[in-house]
Design a protein around this ligand. Structure first.
Ligand code: 6PG
Length: 236
């Protein structure tokens, strides 16, 4: 059973600098070892400064396969699309040469599209060398929302799918339903390194509570379900 390893920083800039160095070094090492690196990234706002720092980094981008950890099931033109975020914030400059596997397909809702997305992800150069996760205020990580439809299938340790459809009601957006596609615990367990990037005291408190007492929260179930310790990068 994996545990959480905390890395605290005085400022967000210090955290981003350290995480960019760690990520770049790991990706370069993976390319040197097997000719390709496989990196799955979460969306949301937290990773934006990390993407900006890496977008210009002189890494072997043509050999770094970038993929999404999860996607809000909206068109790429939608302001909350994680695919659009990766294109706009990471895959520009030096990083524009990196191959990128998105998740959103044209087929209906994510419950219809899941087989096609799984086929795309099964063709990726797994295992993931690095997975970057975020944390929501309700204890979700990736798009594994508490009490979501699809959550138990996604967290099934015996599951074979790499990607899973999710239908959830977001607690911080009262009553609003969200459709997602997300990596499963099975996919996350392939990762050689898993980093959880959080900012702000509220998220630190949510994560500490999840790891200590509220172990039913998805982020706690993911940490417990992994074989690789989760490196938590935290700044105020
Ligand atoms: C998403 C993310 C999700 C994110 C958290 C935190 O698509 O929403 O993958 O898991 O990491 O919701 O989002 P912020 O970084 O915007 O707070």
């Amino acid at each position: 059973m994996a545990k959480a390893v905390w890395h605290g920083f005085d400022t967000r800039a210090d955290m981003v600098r350290a995480l960019a160095d760690k990520t770049g070094t790991a990706l370069e090492a993976a390319v040197a070892a097997r000719g390709v690196a496989s990196w799955a990234v979460s969306g949301g706002s937290t990773p934006k400064p990390l993407f900006a720092a890496l977008a210009a980094a002189p890494l072997p981008w043509p050999h770094i396969q970038v993929a999404l950890v999860d996607e809000r099931w909206v068109p790429r033109s939608h302001p909350s699309s994680n695919e659009a975020l990766v294109w706009s914030d990471l895959l520009r400059g030096a990083a524009s040469g990196a191959p990128f596997q998105a998740m959103k397909t044209a087929h209906g809702d994510p419950f219809t599209a899941a087989p096609a997305v799984n086929a795309h992800y099964s063709a990726l150069p797994l295992p993931f060398d690095m997975v970057l996760l975020g944390l929501g205020p309700d204890g979700h990580t990736a798009s594994l929302f508490p009490a979501a439809a699809g959550l138990e299938a996604a967290l099934d340790p015996a599951g074979v799918a790499l990607c899973a459809p999710i239908r959830a009601v977001q607690s911080n957006v009262t009553g609003q339903e969200t459709l997602r596609m997300t990596l499963t615990l099975t996919a996350l367990k392939t990762a050689r390194a898993v980093t959880l990037m959080i900012t702000g005291p509220d998220k630190k408190a949510v994560l500490q509570r999840a790891l200590d007492t509220d172990t039913h929260l998805p982020v706690a179930r993911v940490v417990r379900g992994l074989d690789t310790d989760v490196q938590i990068y935290w700044a105020p």
